[in-house]
Design a protein around this ligand. Sequence first.
Ligand code: FES
Length: 264
Amino acid sequence: MITVAFLTSGKTATAAEQTSLLRLSIREKGGIPFKCGGGICGTCRCKVEQGIENTDAVKPKERRHLTEADLAAGYRMACQTFVTGDVAVSWVPAAPVPEPSHESVPMKAGLRLELREARAMVAGATAEAARIGVAQTVCITDDGGFPIALERMDGARVTGPQIAWNKAFTAAGHKRSTHLFNTPNGPALPGNEAFGIQWSFEGRFAVFVGGFPIVVDGAVVGGIGLSGGNGEQDIACGMAGLRALAELLAPEGLAVLVEPDIKR
Ligand code: FES
C-alpha cells in the first residue's frame, strides 16, 4: 500500500500502487479540484511536493497545461497521474487555472475514436453475440457517423451491415440511443413531436433498438450499431462493446459511459 498526503486539505489516504491521483482524491475526499477528469480542462493541476519519483510518466495531455518549467518544479495533472509510491501533493484552490481563451487556443482539442478502440469494441460485441448464440453485424462509427470498423459474423443477414451502420450513424449524430425514439411512447411515434424524423437523411435515421452513442469523458466520440438480434440481444452486445472500450481506456484515465439509455 502507498500513502498520499493531500497537503492543501490536510487529508491523508492509502491506496494500492498504480492508483490514479485524482480518483483517489475523489474517493477519499482529498480535495484536488477537477472538472473533466480527462486532461482537457486543466483544473486538476497540482504540485507533487514529495515523492515525484513515485509518479508515472508525463502524458501528452498534461503538456497542454504544463510547461517544462512547471514539470521540472513537480507540477502534474492529477487526472493523468498514477502513483506508485508515497507522495505529498498541494494545489492552489483560490486561483483556478483560467479557461483557455480564443487568443491562446485557436482550435478546441477533443477526443477521437481510433481503429484500435473500434476493433476492441467489435471484438467485445461479437464475443457476447457468440456467447448468447446470435449472428450479429457490428458497426463502429466516428462522431460524424462514418464507419471505422464493421464486421458481419458468419450467418448474419446480408442486410446487417447497412442497418448496423444506420443505427451507429443515428446514435452518434443525434447523441441518443436509437430505441429512445420509440420507447416508451418515444418522440418518433405517430402523433408525437418528432414523428417523421425517421425519413431524414434519405431514411438512414434509425429509430429502433440497436444503436448507442459512444461517450468518453462526457463527449460523444462515435456510435455503435448492431443488427441481427432481438432488442434484448442487441442491447447486450452493444453494452459488451462499450464495456470493452471502457476496459481498454481505463488505464489512460478515460471514462466510458456503459448504459443502454443514453441521451446527451
Ligand atoms: S480534471 Fe480536467 S484536466 Fe484533469
